[in-house]
Design a protein around this ligand. Structure first.
Ligand code: C2O
Ligand code: CU
Length: 686
């Protein structure tokens, strides 16, 4: 069974357990002898199954059961045992006789209270899992114990005038409540103070002494011993900028992007009120050749919340990374900022605002960045296809209708798919065999031919598909329902692509029969491609057998936490929300491993700025296909991803969920190189 299924099963069993214990208590109180006995039996069995489901889940990793094994299970076992010992014999006796006298005996507090108490105890476990999440700490555990004890006392008191030691028990419960709440919600430790009380996480990051504490608080091994450390010169992130001139042989590519609100007309005539760059959505496509210097002047006309440019997947110098409050201040209306970086990586990337990015990107502040290898003249048809949702409609580029293009059979075609949304999209390509040649801008090694494949693209991620134009039509579809791009065979010299967008016509498929599905065949049942098994292995600069200088684990969950000072039902990392998640501190040259665990019900597309990470394993299974270098990887419920990178781009970096609404609810943190400081004090960074 998958971890996700086990988590769901465990949840189901735990709810059943609560229901069975509570209803057994209620039935006893109502003198329903037989029902009470039967429900008691169900509760016992459910409790045993719960023990099993937790132990089975433990097989997926300690992260998935920490709070269950330390709190929920002991509580359930003790309360269940007490209920069985106290209420069990009477229930059995009463059920055997089933007369009025025995029914009355069941109403005794000695029967009802333990049964309900077991229910309260079982419920405390669920509350811990759902409201507080990972990890269970002594404070929240104490608090939950106190609440459960209080409920038992309350029930007992309601049933009988005499509760032995009521005063003492009430006092003890009250003390436990206060103590638990204090431990849980008042930041006492030096570590928390260092990050939590500063004007923002970013400001705290300026003082490396405190981040080092914060880091060790995360419980990660390897940090203290690492040679790279706190000693050495400090540098400001504002000094880590791109060069003023391109390297020899490169040219300067200048772009101007002005952020402003505008009403944009989509291809169908539908109007969208959007936040735009230069009045268009997506923003102007930026292209460069490897080795060029890209210079982008960002202006803000009227986006009142401010705007920045972040180069998603592009490992620019930290000072060019566009994170407000960390690498620059957000550009206010009337302001400007000039970004410069060398186009060292080739491939498909995108840019977007990083100020109130959940809203900003959703409203349209994004565009594409494509860098082609040096000296390769463009041949064939090369389409860059950012996919975005506006008001529930899937839009490819600026079109909410299929883009129809003609290409002569034999023309090389490249489709650059970019997911600019918060959730994954599933792409299918029919009518032609093809290869997935690059993921997140990096070429795959030996990618094989694909036919009926569903390509699940993480939020923020990119896939490059390549094929030779067939003699029939080819169709790119999104989420098995929206026709995105239809390529029609044209006569004429290969490469003469002509825009026939107005047509929108659907042609009859004429591809040769065989493994290749016709352009219009239904796609919903095409199996999902597992990119960790696709392509051919190749040597990588490091593997999971390496020694890692830094080892960080991020357990993703939900729970109540302070997010920018407000209590929220947050998306948490190791039980905290931004800016209270300890910063990960690395030294230049460190080999760093990140283990990302998802114990929640949502998918989290994890994105580290400034670095591509090599995937080592997913759910304990190594990558068996091409090496996978990603900047965004989808951590689905129950999954554990192990990735690694060499810390070769000094700076201060965001490390966050690219479902930007999750990031907004706390799921982001900083990765800082020791010795790099920031003069900015903003707390949002998102
Ligand atoms: Cu594409 Cu921090 O984001
Ligand atoms: Cu997320």
């Amino acid at each position: 069974m998958t971890t996700d299924r086990l988590m769901a099963l465990d949840l189901l069993v735990s709810v059943l357990t609560v229901a069975a214990w509570v209803s057994a208590g209620v039935a006893a109180a109502a003198r329903r002898t037989r029902t009470a006995a039967a429900l008691f039996a169900v509760a016992l069995v459910a409790s045993l199954v719960r023990v099993w489901s937790v132990l089975a889940l433990a097989g997926a990793g300690w992260w998935f059961v920490q709070e269950k094994i330390t709190l929920a299970l002991p509580l359930l076992v003790v309360a269940g045992a007490v209920a069985t010992a106290l209420a069990g014999p009477r229930l059995l006796r009463a059920a055997r006789r089933a007369d009025a006298v025995s029914g009355d005996a069941l109403r005794a507090p000695a029967v009802v209270v333990p049964l309900l108490g077991a229910g309260y105890a079982a419920a405390a476990g669920i509350v811990q899992t759902f409201l507080i999440g990972y990890p269970a700490d002594p404070g929240t555990a104490l608090l939950l114990l106190a609440v459960a004890a209080g409920a038992v006392l309350g029930t007992w008191r309601a049933m009988s005038t005499h509760v032995p030691g009521l005063r003492t028990a009430t006092a003890a419960t009250a003390v436990a409540t206060v103590l638990g709440a204090t431990l849980a919600f008042v930041p006492l430790s030096e570590e928390t103070t260092a990050e939590g009380s500063a004007p923002g996480g970013a400001a705290a990051m300026g003082a490396m002494g405190s981040t080092s504490h914060a880091h060790s608080a995360a419980g990660d091994s390897g940090a203290e011993e690492s040679a790279s450390g706190l000693a050495g010169a400090t540098r400001a992130v504002t000094d880590l900028r791109g060069p003023a001139a391109p390297p020899p042989g490169g040219t300067v590519r200048r772009f101007e992007l002005t952020a402003r609100t505008a009403t944009v007309t989509l291809s169908s005539g539908r109007k969208v009120s959007a936040w735009t760059f230069n009045g268009q959505v997506p923003g102007p496509p930026l292209t460069a050749e490897e080795g060029d210097l890209v210079e982008v002047r960002l202006r803000n006309a009227d986006i009142t919340s401010g705007v920045t440019l972040h180069w998603h997947g592009y490992d620019v110098p930290s000072g060019e990374d566009g994170v407000p409050g960390l690498t620059q201040e957000a550009v206010p209306p009337g302001g400007e900022f000039v970004y410069r970086f060398v186009a060292a990586q080739t491939g498909t990337y995108w840019y977007h605002t990083h100020e109130v990015s959940d809203l900003g990107v959703r409203m349209g502040l994004y565009g594409t960045l494509v860098v082609t290898p040096k000296g390769t003249a463009a041949t064939g048809l090369d389409l860059t296809l950012p996919v975005h949702t506006f008001g529930g409609v899937t839009v490819t580029g600026d079109r909410d209708q299929p883009l129809v293009r003609q290409a002569a059979p034999g023309t090389p075609v490249r489709l650059r798919l970019i997911n600019t949304d918060n959730t994954p999209h599933r792409f299918t390509l029919g009518g032609t065999p093809y290869r997935l040649v690059a993921v997140d801008g990096t070429d795959l090694n030996g990618p094989g031919t694909l036919g009926r494949a569903g390509l699940r693209l993480a939020a923020g991620g990119r896939y490059d598909l390549a094929f030779t134009m067939p003699s029939g039509p080819a169709l790119l579809r999104v989420d098995d329902r929206t026709d995105s791009v239809r390529l029609m065979p044209a006569s004429g010299p290969p490469g003469a692509g002509e825009d026939t967008a107005a047509a929108g016509a659907s042609a009859t498929a004429t591809t040769d029969p065989g493994a290749v599905p016709s352009a219009d065949s239904p796609t919903a049942d095409w199996p999902e491609l597992d990119v960790t098994r696709y392509g051919t292995p190749a040597p990588t600069p490091f593997t999971s057998r390496n020694h890692f200088d830094r080892d960080f684990t991020l357990v993703l969950d939900r729970g109540f936490a302070l997010t920018n000072g407000r209590p929220m039902y947050a998306h948490t990392v190791n039980g905290h929300a931004f800016p209270d998640i300890p910063t990960e501190v690395v030294g230049e040259g460190d080999l760093v491993r990140l283990t990302v665990v998802n114990r929640g019900r949502d998918t989290h597309p994890w994105h580290l700025h400034g670095h591509r990470v090599l995937v080592l394993s997913r759910d304990g299974r190594s990558v068996t296909g091409s090496p996978l270098w990603l900047d965004t990887f989808d951590v689905r419920p129950g999954e554990v991803w192990e990735v690694a990178f060499r810390a070769g781009n000094p700076g201060l970096w965001m490390n966050h969920c690219h479902n930007l609404s999750h990031a907004d609810l706390g799921m982001m943190l900083h990765l800082a190189y020791a010795g790099v400081t920031t003069p900015f004090h903003g707390a949002h960074s998102g």
